[in-house]
Design a protein around this ligand. Structure first.
Ligand SMILES: Nc1nc2c(c(=O)[nH]1)N[C@H]1C(S)=C(S)[C@@H](COP(=O)(O)O)O[C@H]1N2
Ligand SMILES: [Mo]
Length: 312
């Protein structure tokens, strides 16, 4: 593979085209006291890695933030409904207080963190990431959160720990489709420990400087930007360090369609459709899907020596 294929294509605030829109919204939120200090500090720092210097491709880098309206109304959260536009309303009363996340399994210091502890013990930073759904649509989302590796460091994985399993809350009284029998909920996902410890892997508590709305996975969800969106489990209640590859929902219901790794790869098609291009929500036409969703330079060291066609 050519060196260029491993180029990273970060989404930095400077590269996002109509940033006036975002900034004015930010100012508005700040006026309302809704933007935390951490978020403001983080947005001044060079959030993610290097800037691509090739002038020829500069044009391709101009990626607008997806609107708050689209991010919060075009949603996948199957515990509520498989109708993307219907989630926001069905999830509006989802109770996220009190909330805690249990860290257990192969760790030296198993413990339960309240949401307050997760918000105050770990500095919240802003990360603007592409999100690519395996279905072929994508967004650019300004998350608020902190890298998962900080939380893992607090509980100290033991040498036996090789994978991390994630579990979403299952509250049938509040989740319309939780007991429809269509899917084996609770929603489970998993990462290899080195993927989970990668600095790009985020626990998000907010977006656009505000707390996450229920439909996007309040109060805390995973964001793994180089993988298809289904790896990014919402409304987490349990994170377990384990020795063997944990079962995951999509890999269990359709293993030939959804691999454990699920790295964004335009060269490996879904059995029922091409993954070469995507529909960026808010844009017309389609754009090329980037290898590793544009984060190859950062994440390819994780996959050295692996055949990504077999380990899809
Ligand atoms: N618990 C849970 N997490 C989930 C899902 C889900 O149905 N349930 N959908 C996944 C899919 S397919 C995608 S594309 C992303 C969408 O995140 P967003 O709606 O915040 O953009 O969430 C992922 N996390
Ligand atoms: Mo998805």
């Amino acid at each position: 593979m050519d060196q260029n294929d491993y180029r990273s294509v970060p989404v930095n605030p400077e590269e996002v085209t109509p940033k006036e829109v975002y900034l004015s919204r930010r100012k508005f939120l700040k006026g309302m006291g809704m933007v935390g200090l951490g978020a403001l500090l983080a947005s001044c720092a060079p959030a993610i890695s290097t800037v691509n210097e090739s002038p020829a491709s500069t044009e391709d880098l101009r990626e607008a933030l997806t609107s708050y309206d689209a991010i919060t109304n075009y949603v996948n959260y199957y515990e509520f409904t498989t109708n993307k536009e219907g989630v926001a309303e069905l999830a509006q009363d989802f109770v996220t207080e009190p909330w805690s996340v249990e860290l257990s399994g192969l760790v030296e210091n198993p413990r339960r963190f309240s949401l307050d502890e997760l918000r105050t013990n770990f500095e919240q930073e802003e990360r603007i990431y592409r999100m690519r759904c395996v279905e072929g649509w994508s967004m650019v989302i300004p998350w608020l959160g902190f890298p998962l590796h900080k939380l893992l460091a607090a509980v100290k994985p033991t040498p036996q720990a090789r994978y991390v399993a994630f579990e979403t809350a299952l509250v049938p009284e509040q989740m319309n489709a939780a007991e429809s029998g269509m899917f084996p909920f609770p929603y489970r996902e998993g990462l290899r420990l080195d993927e989970a410890e990668h600095d790009l892997t985020l626990l998000a508590t907010g977006l656009y400087g505000e707390d996450l709305p229920p439909q996007n996975g309040a109060p805390i969800r995973l964001v793994v930007p180089w993988k298809y969106g289904f790896k990014s489990s919402k409304s987490l209640v349990r994170i377990t360090l384990v020795e063997n590859q944990p079962p995951t929902l999509w890999n269990t219901v359709a293993p030939q369609e959804y691999g454990f790794f699920a790295n964004v790869n335009p060269g490996v098609d879904h059995p029922r459709w091409s993954q070469a291009t995507e529909r960026r929500i808010g844009e017309s036409g389609r754009r090329a899907t980037l290898f590793m969703n544009g984060y190859a330079e950062e994440v390819m060291p994780l996959y050295e020596g692996m055949d990504l066609t077999l380990n899809y």
